[in-house]
Design a protein around this ligand. Structure first.
Ligand code: GDP
Length: 301
């Protein structure tokens, strides 16, 4: 069944946190996501041309250990809530971006309320500290009133001053994400079972046909696997990572662009790997019939 790891404690291995970047419009979410994708300590990955496939992974060094973090590459809480509306919990940690010149704005509050409602821990990125009018202390005071008390004031929320534009202290932000994951989450998954996870985005490519970026949540997805993704199905013909490179497999928290489905499933729909193509097709057809019936029922009311 979807959503459960197979096996017991011994089968679970630590997995990277999955992060969504949220915050008020123009506070620098897109710029920060672009800067972070370049802040990769693994040399051979840093040079690669990166593509926007809906999610990417970076490797950082914390206490001399290489640690990976997955970022959902769609900023804002709309994608987050759309996923949640489908019952999908894709995000482990929310990075709340607040511009240090503007301070807390209406969508800042909206975003933090969404994260709180989903029980997702928040790391605050105080952005645009390169600006002369930046006032990061004011931001800390404002967010304290919303229950986000900085660690340095005795609270349990990590605040990190950054500049996405000047690429200042991005390592500090990555470290805060890893430390927050270690302190408040137990992120483990069984990497050996059949893969399951979520569709992050999908579209119909003129040359390649339906392509779907999936986030593996448990198990390992491999080329050749038969899968059902929402009402779509197919055999994984090829997988690409965020550098456009072919990959043979994707482990937990790894985003991968999948080729070989018969249609483009919706964001937030789950996927499961099944025994063979026939089974994939049967399950997909059942799901499609169920969706069609639900749509008709909706139209009638
Ligand atoms: P979003 O709406 O939150 O995704 O914001 P964007 O990433 O599109 O950024 C909005 C504007 O702020 C753009 O003009 C960016 O160049 C600018 N910006 C983003 N980060 C910084 C920063 O660290 N410093 C400065 N000075 N400008 C920034």
């Amino acid at each position: 069944e979807f959503g459960e790891d197979v096996g017991d404690e011994d089968d679970l291995a630590i997995r990277p946190p999955v992060v969504t970047v949220m915050g008020h419009v123009d506070h620098g979410k897109t710029k920060l996501l672009d800067a972070l994708r370049k802040a990769n300590v693994v040399a051979d990955e840093a040079g690669g041309i990166t593509q926007h496939i809906g999610a990417y992974q970076v490797t950082t060094e914390v206490d001399e250990n290489e640690r990976r973090i997955t970022f959902i590459d769609t900023p804002g809480h709309e994608a987050f809530t759309a996923m949640r509306a489908r019952g999908a919990q894709a995000t482990d940690i929310a990075v709340l971006v607040v511009a240090a010149n503007d301070g807390v704005m209406p969508q800042t509050v909206e975003a933090l309320n969404h994260a709180k409602a989903a029980n997702v821990p928040i790391v605050v990125a105080v952005n645009k500290i390169d600006l002369p009018e930046a006032d990061p202390t004011k931001v800390r005071g404002q967010l304290t009133e919303y229950g986000l008390v900085p660690e340095e004031y005795g609270g349990d929320t990590m605040f990190v001053d950054v500049s996405a534009k000047s690429e200042l202290n991005l390592e500090g932000l990555l470290e805060a994400i890893v430390l927050t994951a270690d302190a408040s989450l137990d992120l483990r998954a069984n990497p050996t079972q059949d893969a399951q996870g979520l569709v992050v985005e999908a579209h119909l490519d003129r040359g390649r046909g339906p392509v779907a970026t999936v986030l593996v949540q448990r198990g390992t997805l491999r080329v050749g696997d038969s899968l059902v993704a929402g009402p779509a199905y197919g055999r994984v013909r090829a997988m690409l990572d965020e550098h456009g490179e072919n990959i043979e497999e994707a482990d937990p928290s790894r985003p991968a662009m999948v080729l070989g489905l018969n249609a483009a499933p919706g964001a937030g729909q789950n996927f499961i790997v099944v025994d063979d193509d026939r089974m994939a097709r049967q399950i997909a057809e059942k799901r499609e019939a169920r969706e069609r019936a639900a749509m008709q029922a909706k139209r009638r009311v």
